[in-house]
Design a protein around this ligand. Structure first.
Ligand code: UGA
Length: 432
C-alpha cells in the first residue's frame, strides 16, 4: 500500500519504518527540514534500538522516503497517518493546532479519495474536528474517510511493540476504511478490535491513565513499606499473581516520566472536566507522582544531613532505559532539587547525556559510571540501564568518598551491596 506519515517524531518514524518493513511504500513527512535532511543522509534524530538499521535497509530497498512536503505525501499515499505532536498547553489540555494545520493542508492537496488516520494521542471527539476541517477545506466532491488508530508502542522497545502488538484498535466509520486498515495490519497477525472513532480515542487515553494509576498506586504503597519495614517487591509480586491485577506496571520507583503519561493524564483530566465528569482519581495519580520525586530527595537528605557542598554521582538520566528521551524525566526535578540545596552533580547516562544538556544546567557529565562515582558522597540510580547490572561495585566503593547508594529503580540486590560495605537504600525496601 502507499502510505504517508505526517510527523516524523517517535511514533511517526517507527510507524512509517515498520509499515515499510512490512512491504508498503512509505513517505515520512516533517516540517523540520533539518530533521528530513538528517534522515535522508541515514542519520537518525532519536536513539531507539534497531531503528537506524531498519530505516537504512528500507531506504536502500526504496520502500521508505522522506520529505518536508505534505503535498507530496497526499499525492503519493492512499492512507495518511497523522503523527504530529499534541503537546500540553499551560492548562494541561492537549494543543491540537498542529493536527488542525495538517488537516487543512491534506484537504487542500487532495484530488481523489484518501483515508486520514489519527495516530497521535488526541482527546475524544478530535475525529469529529478532523472530519469537519477536511470537509471545509477540500475541493468540492473529493471523498475521504477519517479513522482513529491509536498507537501503544513504548519507547525503547518501539519496533518490537509495533510489530507484536497485544491488539490493534481501529476506530472507523465506514466499511471501506475498515477494509483498508485491516489489510494494512493483516501481516501482524494481531487481534484487531473494530470500534467507533470516539471509543478508539478513549481507549488510548484510558489505557495510559490506567497504567499510570498502577504506578502511582504501587509508589504510594512503597512509602508504607518503608515506614513499616515491608518489601514492595514482595508485595507487588503477591498482588501481581492475581490475574485480575496483573504483574506488570507494579514496579515502584521515582515516578513515571516521559512525553506520554504526564501529558496524557493531564489532557484526559481536562477533557473529563470539560465533559462535566469529576475524575479526581487522575489528579491524585499526578500528585503521588510529583510527591514520589520529593520523597526520594528527602530520603537522600535524611541520610546525608546537610546537602550543601556534597557531591552526588548520578547513574541514568533518561526517563527510562534504552532511550535518549529526557522529556519529563524524573531525573530533572530530582537533580534540580539537589542542586537547589547546593549539591554538586556528576552524572552518567549511556545515551541521554547530549539531550540532557538542554534540560539540566551545571551538571558535570561523566564518560563512565566510575567517573560519576569518584569522590561522591552518595551514588543515586535514576534509570535502570541494563549495563549497570555489570558494574564493578568493589571498584566503585574505592572511588566513592562514602559508599552510599540510593537505588531509585530497585535494580540492585541491596543485601549483596551491604555485604560489600555499602549503605543501600532502595524504594519501598523498608528503610526510611
Ligand atoms: C507509554 C505506554 O506504555 C505505551 O503503551 C504508550 O504507547 C506510550 O506511553 C505512548 O502513549 O506513546 P512509554 O512512555 O514509552 O510508553 O514508556 P513506559 O514503558 O510505559 O514507561 C513510562 C514511565 O513509567 C517511565 O518513566 C517508567 O520508568 C515508569 N514505570 C513504568 C514505572 O515507574 N513503573 C513501572 O512498573 C512501569
Amino acid at each position: 500500500m502507499k502510505i504517508g506519515i505526517i510527523g516524523s517524531g517517535y511514533v511517526g518514524l517507527v510507524t512509517g519504518t515498520c509499515f515499510a518493513h512490512l512491504g508498503n511504500e512509505v513517505i515520512c513527512i516533517d516540517n523540520d527540514v533539518k530533521k528530513i535532511d538528517m534522515l535522508e543522509k541515514g542519520q537518525i534524530p532519536i536513539y531507539e534500538p534497531g531503528l537506524k538499521e531498519m530505516i537504512r535497509k528500507n531506504v536502500k530497498e526504496k520502500r521508505l522516503t522522506f520529505s518536508s512536503s505534505i503535498a507530496q505525501a497526499v499525492k503519493h499515499a492512499e492512507v495518511l497517518f497523522i503523527c504530529v505532536n499534541t503537546p500540553p498547553k499551560e492548562s494541561g489540555e492537549a494543543d491540537l493546532s498542529f493536527v488542525e494545520h495538517v488537516c487543512q493542508d491534506i484537504a487542500r492537496y487532495m484530488t481523489s479519495y484518501r483515508l486520514i488516520v489519527e495516530k497521535s494521542t488526541v482527546p475524544v471527539q478530535t475525529g469529529e474536528w478532523i472530519q469537519k476541517t477536511i470537509k471545509e477545506n477540500r475541493k468540492a466532491g473529493v471523498a475521504f474517510d477519517v479513522a482513529s488508530n491509536p498507537e501503544f508502542l513504548r519507547e525503547g522497545s518501539a519496533i518490537h511493540d509495533f510489530l507484536n502488538p497485544d491488539r490493534v484498535v481501529l476506530g472507523v466509520s465506514s466499511p471501506k476504511a475498515e477494509k483498508t486498515l485491516r489489510k494494512l495490519y493483516e501481516p501482524l497477525k494481531a487481534p484487531i478490535l473494530i470500534t467507533d472513532i470516539k471509543s478508539a480515542e478513549l481507549i488510548k487515553h484510558a489505557s495510559n491513565s490506567f497504567l499510570a494509576t498502577k504506578i502511582s498506586f504501587i509508589n504510594a504503597v512503597s512509602r508504607i513499606c518503608d515506614i513499616v519495614g515491608a518489601d514492595i517487591e514482595q508485595v507487588a509480586q503477591g498482588m501481581g499473581l492475581d490475574p485480575r491485577i496483573g504483574a506488570s506496571f507494579l514496579k515502584a520507583g521515582i515516578g513515571f516520566g516521559g512525553f506520554c503519561f504526564p501529558k496524557d493524564l493531564s489532557a484526559f483530566l481536562r477533557m473529563s472536566e470539560k465533559a462535566g465528569v469529576r475524575f479526581g482519581l487522575l489528579n491524585e495519580v499526578l500528585t503521588i507522582n510529583e510527591e514520589q520525586k520529593h520523597y526520594f530527595v528527602q530520603r537522600i537528605e535524611n541520610h546525608l544531613w546537610n546537602l550543601k557542598g556534597k557531591t552526588i554521582g548520578v547513574l541514568g538520566l533518561a526517563f527510562k532505559p534504552d532511550t535518549d528521551d529526557m522529556r519529563f524525566a524524573p531525573s530533572i526535578p530530582i537533580i534540580e532539587s539537589l542542586q537547589g540545596e547546593g549539591v554538586k552533580i556528576r552524572a552518567y547516562d549511556p545515551q541521554a547525556a547530549i539531550k540532557a544538556k538542554a534540560f539540566l544546567k551545571a551538571v558535570t557529565y561523566s564518560r563512565t559510571p566510575y567517573e560519576a562515582a569518584r569522590n561522591a558522597d552518595a551514588l543515586v540510580v535514576l534509570t535502570e540501564w541494563g549495563e549497570f547490572t555489570n558494574l564493578d561495585f568493589k571498584r566503585i566503593k574505592k572511588l566513592m568518598r562514602h559508599p552510599v547508594i540510593f537505588d531509585g529503580r530497585n535494580m540492585f540486590d541491596g543485601g549483596e551491596l551491604k555485604k560489600l560495605g555499602f549503605r543501600y537504600y532502595g524504594v519501598g525496601k523498608g528503610e526510611i
